[in-house]
Design a protein around this ligand. Structure first.
Ligand code: GUN
Length: 291
């Protein structure tokens, strides 16, 4: 078997075209959606990601409010900036790129962003709602993984999903998203991590295997069931260039479908961030309230 390649670039382009339509609809109602991005310091990978996010905003008609901040900023100054964005009515979404410099407490900054402007969906209020199944903003990478599966026609309901990695950004919210009793979910989810014994015993059972480990090519062919759908969230810089968490060339021989790196999950993360921003802009509009 040679796997179908799941084309994240093409699916992301569909989502971005839909977002651009929604931006036009909002404009007709007098709303210009805006996303504030905050980049602290000069981590080269973060700078590349933030540049891509800002460019994608412009292409979708979303105003990007760019804040490039010196790494020496104090936590108090950063919190003051977040506060000013919280009260700026032209800003509908706020994204503080992670990681932050070590003298700044990330949790404090994430919790300072208003949940109503939390374009990343990282605030504990939004993560709690996601767990409860009442959430509106879903972190962009997990949302992108689900969107890839749904738009590729992969049946999630009833599937055995194995997520390798338990980060707050990917593994934990993805598990919460996929086990909900809802359309495009309803899976049986196992989350594996550094404490998991015999990782391959779990990954070999997966109908849908999601690798979010952060180590190049750590999912090898012997760890994947024949006919599995494999989603690679990894973005590892190696001497040979960008590599995913999956040994792509070997695993594609056994999988039914697989995402490439680059061109898989990465473009979806950006598309779903834009989608979150327009959803936040719509939710901020005054209008009739239920009840
Ligand atoms: N760092 C790595 N991924 C992300 C992301 O999706 N959002 C933010 N804010 N920082 C990140």
């Amino acid at each position: 078997m040679t796997a179908q390649i799941i084309d994240g670039k093409a699916i992301a382009a569909q989502v971005r075209a839909e977002v651009a339509e929604e931006v036009k609809a909002l404009a007709a109602e007098g709303v210009a959606p805006g996303l504030a991005t905050v980049l602290v310091g000069d981590d080269p990978a973060s700078a590349i990601y933030v540049r891509s996010k800002r460019k994608a905003c412009a292409e979708a008609g979303i105003t990007a409010w760019d804040h490039d901040i010196d790494a020496a900023i104090s936590q108090e100054e950063l919190l003051a900036l977040v506060d000013s964005l919280n009260s700026d009515s032209s800003v509908h979404g706020i994204l503080v790129q992670l990681p932050l410099p070590p003298h700044i407490d990330e949790d404090t900054v994430v919790e300072a962003v208003s949940p109503a402007k939390d374009a990343d969906g990282f605030h504990p209020f939004n993560l709690g709602r996601l767990l409860a199944g009442t959430g509106a903003v879903v972190p962009a990478t997990p949302a992108g993984v689900r969107e890839l599966l749904v738009r590729s026609g992969v049946e999630i309901s009833g599937a055995d999903v194995v997520v390798v990695g338990r980060s707050n950004i990917v593994g934990k919210p993805l598990a919460a998203l996929l086990f909900q009793k809802a359309d495009g979910a309803n899976a049986t989810v196992t989350v594996c991590h550094t404490g998991t014994k015999d990782l391959a015993r779990h990954t070999r059972r997966a109908g849908i295997l999601v690798a979010a480990i952060g180590r190049a090519r750590s999912i090898t062919r012997d760890m994947v069931a024949s006919g599995a759908v494999v989603i690679d969230v990894g973005m590892n810089r190696t001497d040979a260039g960008l590599a995913g968490d999956v040994d792509f060339e070997a695993v594609r021989e056994v999988a039914a479908a697989i995402t490439p790196v680059p061109g898989g999950v990465g473009p979806m993360t950006i598309a779903m961030l834009l989608k979150n921003t327009v959803a936040l802009a719509r939710a901020a509009m005054p209008g009739p309230r239920a009840g």
